[in-house]
Design a binder for this molecule. Structure first.
Ligand code: AMP
Ligand code: ZN
Length: 114
């Protein structure tokens, strides 16, 4: 989508610090990190949020989570633990409307979230 920031990062029209990519997903560092590690994993396919995902996207969603786990492992977060977050819609706190999984770690997170 031409108007979508994350599509523009995927297409290299906007600079992003890309840390991983394959045929289905791209991962890059969050520009405003909320923890020592803060990476966003996004599908190349533009889905504006989790609400848009359908049964045909099941394998893609699974891959998104496996890549998130792999990136956490590479950042040495397995022993300490980490958090994966998908914000959806207004009440969920979503601000960029291209589906993304946040991988945050390197500090302690609390529950319930803010
Ligand atoms: P969300 O609030 O879940 O929609 O998360 C959007 C995230 O995108 C926020 O954590 C922002 O800091 C991050 N973000 C916004 N613009 C950029 C950008 N140009 N490059 C990397 N991350 C960004
Ligand atoms: Zn997009």
């Amino acid at each position: 989508l031409e108007s979508c920031l994350f599509c523009q990062i995927i297409d290299r029209q906007v600079r992003g610090k890309i840390v991983y990519e394959d045929d289905r997903v791209v991962a890059f560092e969050d520009v405003n990190p909320q923890a020592p590690v803060h990476v966003l994993v996004v599908p190349r396919k533009h889905l504006s949020s989790l609400k848009e995902a359908r049964a045909e996207d099941a394998a893609l969603l699974g891959h998104l989570l496996l890549v998130a786990a792999q990136l956490a492992r590479e950042h040495k977060l397995d022993a300490s633990g980490y958090r994966t977050v998908i914000n959806t819609g207004a009440d969920g706190g979503q601000t960029v409307f291209h589906l993304h999984v946040h991988v945050v770690g390197g500090r302690i997170f609390h529950w319930p979230p803010g």
